[in-house]
Design a protein around this ligand. Sequence first.
Ligand code: G4F
Length: 374
Amino acid sequence: MPFRPTRKPACPGRAGICKLPRRSISTEAPLTRRALITGITGQDGSYLAEHLVDMGYEVFGLVRGQANPRVRHLRQRLGEVRLIRGDLLDQGSLIAAVERVQPDEVYNLAAISYVPMSWQQAELTGEVTGLGVLRVLEAIRVCSGISASRSPGSGQIRFYQASTSEMFGQVDESPQNERTPFHPRSPYGVAKVYGHFLTQNYRESYGMYAVSGIMFNHESPRRGAEFVTRKVSLGVAQIKLGYERQLRLGNLTASRDWGFAGDYVRAMQLMLTQDTPADYVIGTGVTHSVEKLVDTAFRAAGLEWHDHVVTDAAFIRPAEVDRLCADPSKARDELGWEPKIGFEELVAMMVDADFELLSAAGDSGAEEYTTDSW
Ligand code: G4F
């Protein structure tokens, strides 16, 4: 029998939880499954929160800092989500968050996820992206009373770790599946490998329901402007509107398996509903070069990329991941997961969204969405 979410009474208004205004107010006390998401203000966090709210979950998000500006965007988008303060660098805050929320599911999406930054701040990347996973797992273990001699009971907290195709790095086989060896090429990739193996280790050591989704690149109009897809879609919109003439990029020959983030969060939830915890590769199975991405985006706006794109050595990485392509057959066969949005549709969606965004924001607003980050 596949696992079915159980329903339990909600526990509103607990100390330390900042409840956001609701989009729609139900007169009945909801009986629902409860999820805690770290990294809720990021692209994946926002799509996952929407998906879980639509499925009837009660969703809590961990937010760090005193005046995190991303919280405002989240408030506008998702009134149902309750926010709780905590930080992946602070073990006590994670234990307190798990204790207060008493989640059925924890999704660890928080990380320093911009690969070039991991060379600039390698230690911080290791702390957040690597050791942060340990701290979340420890918070769950401690709050659940699990130890080497005490296994989790049937109502245990289920844990999802956001692993990544960057762990494959320099690959010897293509496409990559769950058994492909890892050869990470950045401090970010190395930190993610640590988190991945630690998740496996807690599953094997303590019998915890702890799984990793090895997600290939997933994009959307909510993607940060530093990642290449969004940098390109913003650049195209700026050029189309006459705000810019050039777009400066790094390595155009690298290839990635790009999918739509909204599709990938469905896989995260499905992974926590299986009888047996396991890791899954999530991707489309189709790869394109950065040059193809650029060509597709400029064409979508009726532009010719050769007239505008300049390659700039400042954006070349110390070590590159040349080519990634997923073999998502295990996810398809066992989870019934398939992506709904293909590459061309994704690129057109992002270009259209940025054209609308910048048209509404005007010339001065365009500066907010600068594409010149490293
Ligand atoms: O968009 P990117 O920065 O994504 P990257 O490095 O593949 O990592 C992303 O996907 C991973 C999943 O596999 C995540 F784990 C990770 O957190 C992140 O979300 O770069 C994609 C490719 C690279 O080969 C890069 O060298 O695009 C190339 N590129 C060429 N010019 C550029 C640029 N990348 C960026 N960010 N900016 C450029 O100007």
